[in-house]
Each structure stands twice: as C-alpha cells, then as structure tokens.
Ligand binder design. Sequence first.
Ligand code: SAM
Length: 287
Amino acid sequence: MVSTTLISNPSASEATITSATPNGEINGAADHSNGVHVSKGPGRHQTVGHKSLLKSDDLYQYILETSVYPRENKALKGLREMTSKHPCLVTSFAVDYRNLMTTSPDEGQFLMMLLKLMNAKNTIELGVYTGYSLLSTALALPEDGKIIAMDINRKNFDLGYPFMEQAGVAHKIDFREGPGLDTLDALLLEKKNHGFFDFIFVDADKDNYSNYHERLMKLIKIGGMIGYDNTLWNGAVVAADDEVLPKYVRYYKDYVCNINRVLASDPRIEISQVPISDGITLCRRIL
Ligand SMILES: C[S@@+](CC[C@H](N)C(=O)[O-])C[C@H]1O[C@@H](n2cnc3c(N)ncnc32)[C@H](O)[C@@H]1O
C-alpha cells in the first residue's frame, strides 16, 4: 500500500512503476486502455531492473546489453550494483525504490555524451540519492571540473561516495546537504554564481520544479543547459483524470504537467523533450 506519507517523504519523490492496484500497490503487469503504462508479462521494470518508456522489455534489455553495460565505467557499475542491493535503501513501502530512484545507465551514458559535447566544466546537480548521475557527470567533466551536488539526504550520498573515490573524481564534487531551494538561494546570494554554470541536472522533488526553474535561470549561463528529469512521469502525463494511479504518481503528475507547460512557454530557453528513461527535458538558455 502506498500511503500519503510516501508522497510527503522527499526521499521517495520519484518512482516509475508498471501498474497499480486501486489501493496503490504495485503490480508487474498492466494494460491500461488508453495506452498509458502498457506493460504485459512479469513486471516490466522489475525484469529489466529499471525504468523505460520503451514498449518492450526485450528492446530495453537489448540497449543495455549491447550499448550501455559494455561501455559502463567500472565504478559506475559498482555503484549501480550496490544501489540495487543495499539493505539500508530498502523502504517499508510496497515498492522497492532502490533501482527506481537511481538514474538509469542508458540515461547516465546520454548525460555523459551531452556534457562532453558541451565541454561542460561547472555544473549543479539537484537530487543525488546514491549518486549514479553525479558520478556520470563527474566522469564526463575535465580534471578541474566542479559539481555542486544538493540533496536533503546525505546518508545515501555517503553510500555512493567510495565509488566516486574509486573513480578518482571525488575532488570534483562539492556536496551540500539541505533543501534544494535553500541551497540555491544561498548560491544566488553570491553574484559570481549568476550565469556561471554550464549544466544543471534536476532530479529532486517534482513539486518544486517550477520554483527551481526561476532560480536556475539565474545560475545557468547563456548557452548553458538545464536538464529536468522525469518529465514524462512514466507516461502518466497523459493519464485520464479517472485513471487509477498510485497516490504519489497522481500527486506529482500535475506538477510534472505544469513544469512541461512552463518550459514550453518560456521564451528564454530552447527545449527538447527527450524520451529516454523517464523523459528528460533539455533547456538551453538563449536569453
Ligand atoms: C530520484 S532521486 C535522485 C536520483 C539520482 N539523480 C541518481 O542518479 O541516483 C531524488 C533525490 O532527491 C532528493 N530530494 C527530495 N526532495 C529534495 C529537496 N527538497 N531538496 C533536495 N533534494 C531533495 C531525495 O533525497 C533523493 O535523493
């Protein structure tokens, strides 16, 4: 049973699910008539171990096994495996969040490519968890690159930190514990941070995405990129009002739909909605 406590639990701000019973429990199979959450068989995300909007598990598995896992950095692999098994990351909820919370390896690979193409050097990450996207970013930045990483939960970051040390990139990471809005406001107090950052990855509390956006627009440089994660919310953005969704998916759906509208109508940015993993919207600041 997914309770309202879960909704207000910030560490459970993200999840991708296959289907839900009316009381909010998660099943492996689903076939919703409007095409949302289509997943037949023994649990799409359980079997592939992660989130994907692709129509078949086999296709997603093919991508992982052909193009992602063979090229995955050893420390990233270790971090991913630790995250999938670590007993401290188990919650008492019906859903196992360990794999659902973390950025998927195909998205991590995509982020690394993007960061290298951009020659990004100074970045911000909002929502670290155990650090898969953080480590991907750190690996993609040059030796003198820096990431200001923000999360309300330091314990999960600490679990992933040895893998960042193992990869030799820990010196690029400046972790700041606390609510993202407060940490951003502190950054904004210093003029030198305005228009300073090349890339910002946002993967934290979806109900604050539009509040983050105004602050991030001041921090990102013109020509820099902000990536908002989970902007397709496992397809729930097109779920009918009467469709049965777990409470937390229903709760965040409106916020995700709202940020999608905000981004689409913001003349200060160019955008691209990329349907990888759970959907990431890339926003390039032009004004
Ligand atoms: C989906 S996880 C991030 C996954 C991460 N990018 C990765 O690759 O594993 C979301 C994270 O946002 C954090 N979070 C939730 N609310 C927050 C807030 N108000 N400020 C900062 N971080 C927050 C949670 O603690 C959680 O670690």
